[in-house]
Design a protein around this ligand. Structure first.
Ligand code: SAM
Ligand code: SF4
Length: 324
């Protein structure tokens, strides 16, 4: 597939696929999964063999970067083996993981030997009791240990903080300060009105940037590309790493969107905001051509999301099924 084969109607190159490998999770973050959430049956979830077949078709279409996500991807048995196999798919350049970090530390060496290119660890607070309030579980120590261990092993590590007004905005300087001591990116994500996130307000990242400039007066945009996503990064002489902002709501970046999403149940989604997608599980299980499905999906990508007009958001699934 040449480069123009994966350029959509709006001139965007589509080379990134997020793969949710499970809708299960061992946490219950208040903006993502309520305690009594209903789960999809195991036979509805793609098998690892099916995920590999889809990744092979995706690579032929022009996908170069894969993100393994969930639910909690490390809660599914064999996730490290899947990473190893995805790394072998011809055409795939990077495989990265997004995890809540609670189950991460023991599998870090095997993830490294499987060839993982980077790990994103979600961390919304540094306070143990607040962590329990946000996630319903007392697991902060494991997450902090995993962050340290991931950096010590030399794995490219990013922290993802979902910013919730009145809940963790006062911790933004302390979270950013992790990158003074460790060579990692700390990224602040605006809460998106998808799934249970609709119940949370979204905080404008540009206000956080102002707060952080008080602490780091030399904070400046870093021009070099730091990853394959929409984050904008800032550096300072005081930081070993850097600070990133993912401003999905107040800083619409749809003009440079490069991605498709595969849900745990095998739906290939065009945009986070809308329910439309192709049922790849059914297509695959009935012997259909999934490479063509990628071409079709790309041409269905809408120009932009509609987070600013919530009544137009048609996606009703929870973020844990979609994969963030
Ligand atoms: N369980 C893993 C984790 O927490 O990193 C992977 C899946 S989780 C759905 C992926 C990311 O989506 C997390 O960083 C989480 O904070 C973020 N997220 C979930 N719901 C969100 C929302 N409504 N708006 C913005 N980010 C959200
Ligand atoms: Fe689980 Fe991640 Fe959702 Fe939290 S954000 S409930 S860790 S899937």
């Amino acid at each position: 597939m040449n480069a123009s084969g994966n350029v959509d109607h709006y001139g965007r190159t589509i080379d990134y696929l997020r793969i949710s490998i499970t809708d299960r999770c061992n946490l219950r973050c208040r903006y993502c999964m309520p305690e009594d959430i209903s789960l999809i049956s195991m036979k509805e979830i793609l098998t690892y063999e099916e995920i590999i077949k889809i990744a092979e078709a995706a690579a032929k279409f022009g996908i170069r970067h894969l993100k393994v996500t969930g639910g909690e991807p490390l809660a599914r048995k064999g996730a490290v083996g899947l990473v190893r196999n995805l790394k072998q798919v011809p055409g795939i350049e990077t495989v990265t993981l997004t995890t809540n970090g609670t189950l991460l530390k023991p599998v870090l060496p095997s993830l490294k030997s499987a060839g993982i290119d980077a790990i994103n660890i979600s961390l919304d607070t540094l306070q143990r009791e607040r962590f329990r309030e946000i996630t319903k579980f007392d697991r902060l120590p494991e997450v902090l240990e995993a962050i340290e261990a991931s950096c010590s092993l030399g794995i490219r590590t990013k922290i993802n903080t979902a910013v919730m007004p009145d809940i963790n905005t006062n911790e933004v300087p302390a979270l950013a300060a992790l990158s003074e001591r460790l060579p990692l990116s700390v990224r602040f994500i605006e809460m998106m009105p998808i799934g249970y996130g609709k119940q949370c307000k979204s905080y404008d990242n540009s206000l956080l940037l102002k707060t952080l400039k008080d602490r780091y007066p030399d904070l400046h945009p870093i021009p070099e590309k730091q990853g394959y996503g929409p984050a904008v990064y800032y550096g300072s002489a005081a930081l070993l790493g850097n600070i990133g902002f993912i401003s999905a709501v107040h800083g619409k970046f749809c003009g440079s969107c490069n991605r498709l999403r595969l849900t745990a149940a095998g739906e290939l989604k065009y945009c986070l905001c809308y329910e439309d997608g192709i049922d790849l599980r059914r297509l695959l299980r009935s012997g259909g051509n999934i490479e063509n499905a990628f071409s079709y999906a790309m041409q269905q990508k809408p120009k932009a999301h509609c987070f600013e007009t919530p009544e137009q958001i048609s996606e009703q699934k929870e973020m844990s099924r979609i994969g963030g």
